[in-house]
Ligand binder design. Sequence first.
Ligand SMILES: Nc1ncnc2c1ncn2[C@@H]1O[C@H](COP(=O)(O)OP(=O)(O)OP(=O)(O)O)[C@@H](O)[C@H]1O
Length: 990
Amino acid sequence: MAALQRGRCVLQTASLFRITLLGACSPRDVARRGVLQPVGVRWCSGSEDSGSSGNYLTRFWNRMRGEKAAEKQDNGSGSGQGASSGTAGNGMIVVKPPEDRFRKVLAVELSRRPLMPGTAIPVVVNNRKMIKELQELKNASGQAYVGAFLRRPEAEQLQQQENEPGSSLWLSSTGGGMEIVSPNLKRDAASHLFEVGTFAQVHMILPNEGADPAQLLLLGHKRIRRMSVVNSDPLRVTVQTLKDQRHDNDDEMKATMMEIVSTMRDLFHMHPLYTEQLKTLHSFGIGANLNHVSRLADIGAGITSAQDVVLQEVLEELDVPKRAHVVLMLLKKEIDLVKLQQQIGKRVEEKISKDQRRYFLMEQLKSIKKELGLEKDEKSALIQKFREKFSKYEDGAPKEAKSVIEEELEKLSALEPASSEFGVTRNYLEWLTSIPWGHFSKEIFDVEHAIQVLDEDHYGLSDVKDRILEFMAVGLLRGTTQGKILCLVGPPGVGKTSIGKSVARALKREYFRFSVGGLSDVAEIKGHRRTYVGAMPGKMVQCMKQTGTSNPLVLIDEIDKLGRGYQGDPASAMLELLDPEQNVNFLDHYLDVPIDLSKVLFMCTANVIDTIPGPLLDRMEVIRIAGYLASEKRWIARKYLEPQIKEATGVPEGSVEMHDDATDVLIEDYCREAGVRNLRNQLEKIYRKAALKLVKKGAKGPKRQEVHSHQKGAGDMEMETSDEEGAASTAAETSGTSPSVVDEGLKSVPETEPPKEATDKASYDGAPIVISAKDLADYVGAPPFKSDRLYATTPPGVVMGLAWTAMGGSTLYAESAVVEKGAGKGSVTCTGQLGEVMKESATIARTFARSFLFSRDTDSDFFSDHSIHVHFPEGAVPKDGPSAGVTLVTSLLSLAMNKPVAPDLAMTGEVTLTGKILPIGGVKEKTIAARRSNVKRIVFPEGNHRDYEELADDIKSGVEAHFVSEYSQVFDLALGHSAEEARANGPSTV
Ligand SMILES: Nc1ncnc2c1ncn2[C@@H]1O[C@H](COP(=O)(O)OP(=O)(O)OP(=O)(O)O)[C@@H](O)[C@H]1O
């Protein structure tokens, strides 16, 4: 009985054998685990143990007497005598308790799992009174007994319902004890507990550290049924002992018992938690006393992880064979569960060990390869790669770059590859070694070739073309080229961007485009500092890396729309980038090593010049591209756009015939704007529709379906229309001399291959589709405008002026009307979204018109007695500028004199208070606009005479320009005629 001496739990039966409950651990351990700890059961004869414990027999008989007395008591025959004395000082032997304790026991609530007879369980009790009473009992008699009842699962819900307002409260649970909330519900104080429970011996009371509640270690003795509530705090109930039903110990019973034992043994074998029990189980005789099958079933149930209610059912089952069967089933289930658990554990283990094995093998392989010199480690391979990369450009690299690269390589070799610093250094070196230090693409100064290429791609644009040729000539004479900044300014769609690409092709330079429209972050230009996570160098370093040369052509698109940054000023960064003085040593924040951009040819594009920051503009060579005339547009359409679009839509040669009259109407009535982008879009629309007609008429697609990357099918067309560079690129491809192009938008255009076979084209055998002017409506709908002219004959007070906008030149009417007449009512109101300058201009015009009228007719009081309203139509379009001065004065005088101005006359010019006419801008655009509106005579300030003379003859043809320096000259031209004359010379067209 060494186990007894060590404080282990022993429960003996009243038979010739005794069951020794040998805990897998001490009661303290059991309590600490907080769960039911199954305990081993050992039957042994009294003689077997007598040697190890001298007082065993005494204790045995004491226990026998105690149990018998208890049974008597349970049956209600107890006479209420005192308890007989226990012998085991450590309280592990069942002693006869005082009789009244059998009938009335403290009820301990079990929140989980019922206590199976023959097993031990730790229970937390919160009720102080109960703990105190048990302690006192234990101190007085050495033993204490309680009834352990499982809490009903529905008790919580019931309690909630009862606690709801309006319903009568019944009790609140405080751990082991219950507090009566509603005094008249005393009889219900135990109704939250199952009726069948276990009579249990309190083996130990362990006070919880630092807290009031205590842990009890309960040893289950026998089944009891609670009868009535004696006391509610602490909960005390009267109980009745339940006896197993009589049963036959037949063969089936014996077999069941053997199976239970064998299953338990299997379970103990499989689960390490039960290894201690295994030792005990060895002592089971397979054919042991069948009287113990009930206890064996209880213990078996106790070690399973079955649900509480299932275990409670086992507890309530008094039919032993039935109970044994249920328990056997539970044990079998437990075996399955343990098997599954083992399988899962094995799988996880296998995976881990497989990964580990792989890792070790890889590491071994690496070191073997390294040892044999077959492979360098990752780091040295990387360093080797950087060295090789840099060696290509090392000769042209500046000293700083060389030393920084060397330092960084050294740093890299000392860094741990897994560290974040390693990644940063690697990226930095990646960039540093990708810069084509001192590597330039071979420059050619072949003027003939350049002319050919430029003419191939673009019609007209002679200013730009001349400038490029001059640049080449200088380069040829000096033997080298210096980076230049050309700024192409003009309305949208005039070919500013596409000519950039052609220039690169003409000069055989690499091409890189980036748009700065709306750019507000300086870091886009100058890069991020390397300390930031995800830092990147600026656009110029990216350009160098992508083009692989130090002298590419960089097209900076939309420079007039450069954003205003909140972190630094992008305009200033652009200044550093573009200034030839500064960009020799351009310092990117990320690279931190100066790079030479002086050989880069910069080209910028802008729609207006006003929004380009002054210092930036100062460094540029501005080339203005005005809009195209109708004749130019016709030429561009025929020679450039149509061939490109035919190719893009796949329309076979000769299958569509677009007549000249159709092109003319398209230009005149559909595409009057300065550029040709809209014309291109409309032509694409026409050819798409024609393609559909051709297909319906039986046109065949290419015989071979092999489509090369450069070939554009009808489906690609939308993309091409949105990026006009496609047109230039197509033209470039056809010449076959295209340099490789890097475009920020397109990134890279692959080198093209000629089609493999001529049969790669669509074919059509039928009659061609003819498109003439009258068919246009079918293809592109009704024309958006018929005429720019609002008036067939201008009435008094209406004058045609000429305006310049970012979209090109346009005609603009000034209308004046009398609002009110009366002495002293003279005033002018202006409308039409006029800016401040234009409003001032209107005031000046009124003052001057008044004095001018007075000088001609001293009796006139028109301006002092008339309230006048001046309006500029198209009120939604904002207008500003002083150039409408002459138009305003003429409009007011025409109204005052009630005389219409000469027909087909348009005018522009700023007027001063004394009637001087000052020069204006946009002569070319205004002339083109006047011609578009069929104006025959234009009044320009004398100061613009030279600008006009410089215009190409075809722009000037058909218009008569008059240059004036005083307003009186304008007056003579506009209002110097008689009214009849004006009517007789009415406009030729409307
Ligand atoms: N003179 C020309 N000859 C042939 N094609 C031209 C000419 N001018 C413009 N194009 C074509 O017009 C289209 C629009 O040109 P592009 O995109 O270069 O205009 P842009 O002036 O840069 O316009 P935006 O100011 O809107 O950027 C392109 O397909 C281009 O090929």
